[in-house]
Design a protein around this ligand. Structure first.
Ligand code: ADP
Ligand code: MG
Length: 283
């Protein structure tokens, strides 16, 4: 058992509350109360997304590889959380579960107070498209499409052909607006191969945000970039968090990148390790 400024706790310190973006960090801000089994919970209004007792095992041939073994994490609205851990520790797996790209074997995901991991595939797809944006280490842009077309993809996927045609002008404006925000307005007609790494990631960020998601899930977003370009991407993410209140969950193995978030937790041995929580400097 460890004692912190927030009180005495037995487990899941990763749900210690933090002030929303823009507010000064304060150790007196929202109190954490022990819940059932001594597990602390933060009041629901502050919590946007939680993982509860998540377990995920992969099979490799005959072997079972347990990856997540009881992950508990709660992400507050407006928070910028980073999750660190060694390669293979399950960071991507956790991010995919949080964003409904995959389902846990055991455990639950809750979003805005509702359980979401057990939704039908169709409802899950709709919710994912509406509520979550993803960015990845290798951008995953479509090479044959222009930057503008890549950014419009989530709308094309979401709508029927006719609905998309009807709304195309508005979507086009939305896409141009977000591309301007990530400073890519001069690259609308370029294809990904004509862009630098930093520009590709900015295009991917624009694509992730065009449908105005509530949470951005970022998987090693600077992992393929030099440190200066990675720093620029981090600056952009921090701005989106601080100015627009975008909730961000970022996984990385790079502590220097991670500690720019509000809060860092470590995934180790299939769990969020309480003793390794690192209070970081943003906000
Ligand atoms: P990280 O992102 O921290 O590097 P991952 O979540 O990608 O870790 O992977 C964790 C472990 O799960 C690794 O051992 C990886 O090989 C394994 N794994 C991930 N995805 C699959 C899959 N689809 N099938 C089988 N094993 C997988
Ligand atoms: Mg990974």
């Amino acid at each position: 058992m460890t004692t912190t400024l927030a009180g005495t706790r037995t487990r899941t310190p990763d749900i210690i509350s933090f002030p929303p973006a823009g507010e000064a960090r304060s150790h007196s801000a929202p109190r954490v109360a022990p819940g059932p089994n001594g597990i602390e919970t933060i009041p629901m209004p502050h919590t946007l997304l939680t993982a509860q007792a998540l377990e995920k095992t992969y099979r490799k041939g005959q072997h079972k590889v347990p990856v997540l073994r009881g992950v508990e994490v709660a992400i507050r609205r407006g928070e910028f959380l980073s999750i660190i851990g060694q390669s293979g520790s399950g960071k991507s797996t956790l991010l995919h579960l949080l964003g409904l790209l995959d389902v846990p074997d055991i455990g639950e995901i809750h979003f805005e107070g509702q359980r979401i991991d057990d939704l039908s595939a169709k409802v899950r797809d709709e919710l994912r498209n509406r509520a979550f944006g993803f960015i990845f280490q290798f951008y995953h842009l479509m090479p044959e499409l222009t930057v503008l077309e890549n950014v419009l993809m989530p709308m094309m996927i979401r709508d029927s052909f006719f609905k998309y045609q009807r709304n195309k002008r508005r979507y086009d404006e939305q896409a141009r607006e977000i591309l301007s925000k990530v400073r890519l307005d001069h690259r609308l007609k370029h294809r990904p191969t004509e862009l630098s790494g930093g520009e590709m990631q900015r295009a991917a960020i624009a694509r992730a945000l065009v449908a105005k998601p509530q949470v951005l899930l970022a998987d090693e977003p600077t992992g393929n970039l030099d440190s200066q370009t990675g720093g620029e991407i981090m600056e952009l993410l921090l701005n989106l968090n601080q100015q627009d209140g975008l909730t961000i969950v970022m996984v990385t193995h790079d502590l220097a990148i991670a500690r720019q978030a509000h809060r860092t937790v470590k995934l180790d041995q299939g769990r969020i390790q309480s003793q390794n929580e690192v209070v970081t400097s943003a906000g």
